[in-house]
Design a protein around this ligand. Structure first.
Ligand SMILES: [Zn+2]
Ligand SMILES: [Zn+2]
Length: 103
């Protein structure tokens, strides 16, 4: 049985951290509702999370302000959104965001 979080398509993007990890990579007990606690995870674990976790976060404190990925950041770096994973798995991400998508 696959859960909603595991139902993703493996992409062909070379630099997609999620697919490079080769597995769904959701830590035990983790759900999408827990995004606000994502900082508790290690850098590499965060970036390898399934596409649904790669949501845009508006960084309003920095200069300039920007949209960054909720999952792709770590010690001293952030990644603009859409990140590699969000780009490569657009439909999966659009679904959880509730925005339109087309192939
Ligand atoms: Zn991928
Ligand atoms: Zn990301």
């Amino acid at each position: 049985m696959t859960t909603a979080l595991e139902a993703y398509t493996r992409c062909t993007a070379e630099k997609c951290p999620h697919c490079a990890a080769g597995h769904p990579a959701v830590p035990d007990g983790w759900t999408l509702d827990m995004l606000s606690g994502i900082w508790e995870l290690d850098d590499d674990v965060r970036q390898a999370l399934p596409p649904q976790f790669h949501q845009p976060h508006f960084e309003g404190l920095g200069t300039p302000t920007s949209w960054i990925c909720t999952a792709c950041w770590g010690d001293g770096f952030v990644t603009g959104w859409p990140c590699e994973v969000a780009n490569a798995h657009g439909p999966d991400v659009a679904k959880v965001l509730g925005v339109g998508w087309s192939r």
